[in-house]
Design a protein. Structure first.
Length: 290
């Protein structure tokens, strides 16, 4: 039994076969946690979760790339869940949605210093980042109000100080925010690819680390996997993105592929696959309270 702790079957990539994908997972002992990126996809994640008695859960939140900064930002319905669509954050709307019994966390929320619209000036980027931080703090307050963990997206630009890790700048800011605004139920650093030193800092704050198909692309992340106790690890696919090897990168990723992530962790740590699955399954249940 394993839990894909971060999936997006609620995205349009699965609009024609989402329930088929989920049923296949449940029949093969894979549970699915669908994560929202804005209100529409968050609501859809909740709808999916409520169609199943067990094994399907929801996380609701506003992805930083969708945070509305100014009144002239594009605001409206969009089929593109990646970027361009920006939403004005409404605390009460997310609070009510998060009270659903199948919602296990708030997310994915956080910081993104990488995905800006083409032609954005440095001044515009700074304004966007300030707004992202402001909304992230609001989501921390929301998570604390309903006593649920938080799932954090953190993506930065290439750092000269840590050239092998593409998110060092955003991670530094994130750590500062989490120290100033503690999360009562802690949570997960989604899609972690930082250094083992940065990983330790998040773990010291009580956070777990989510690993996905990125760790199968090379041996670059073996050090952080080796250094991180198995009890502090969760696995995810981030499907339909980040398809793990040996599958083709052009193939749509699915929750079933979380097994490739488990296999990589087992190989690096010299553990039996079944033991890794057992421990990480329990890690996930503890974090999400399921």
């Amino acid at each position: 039994m394993i839990i894909d702790s971060h999936a997006h079957v609620n995205f349009n990539a699965f609009k024609d076969d989402g329930d088929e994908v989920i049923k296949k997972c449940l029949n093969n002992n894979v549970w699915v946690v669908n994560v929202g990126s804005e209100f529409k996809t968050s609501k859809r994640a909740v709808e999916y979760a409520n169609r199943y008695e067990e094994g399907v859960y929801a996380i609701v939140g506003l992805h930083p790339i969708h945070v509305k900064v100014a009144d002239n930002d594009f605001l409206g319905e969009s089929d593109n869940e990646n970027i361009k669509y920006r939403e004005k954050f409404n605390y009460e709307n997310y609070l009510e949605l998060a009270k659903d019994k199948k919602v296990v966390a708030i997310g994915e929320v956080g910081l993104d210093y990488h995905h800006f619209e083409d032609g954005a000036t440095e001044l515009e980027k700074e304004k966007i980042i300030r707004k992202q931080k402001e909304i992230f703090v609001e989501f921390i307050k929301l998570a604390n109000e309903i006593n649920k963990p938080i799932v954090i997206h953190c993506w930065g630009v290439k750092s000269r100080k840590e050239p092998d890790h593409a998110r060092a700048d955003a991670y530094r800011d994130l750590l500062e925010i989490l120290k100033e605004y503690p999360v009562n139920k802690k949570g997960i650093i989604h899609s972690f690819i930082g250094s083992y030193k940065t990983a330790r800092e998040f773990r010291e704050l009580g956070f777990k680390l989510g690993f996905n198909g990125i760790i199968t692309y090379s041996e670059s992340y073996d050090k952080v996997l080796t250094d991180t106790p198995i009890e502090d690890i969760l696995v995810e696919t981030d499907c339909p993105y980040l398809t793990p090897r040996p599958l083709s990168k052009d193939e749509r990723n699915e929750p079933m592929n979380v097994r490739y992530v488990v296999e990589k962790i087992a190989k690096v740590k010299g553990m039996e696959i079944g033991e890794v699955e057992r421990i990480i399954f329990e890690n996930s249940r503890k974090v999400f309270g399921i």
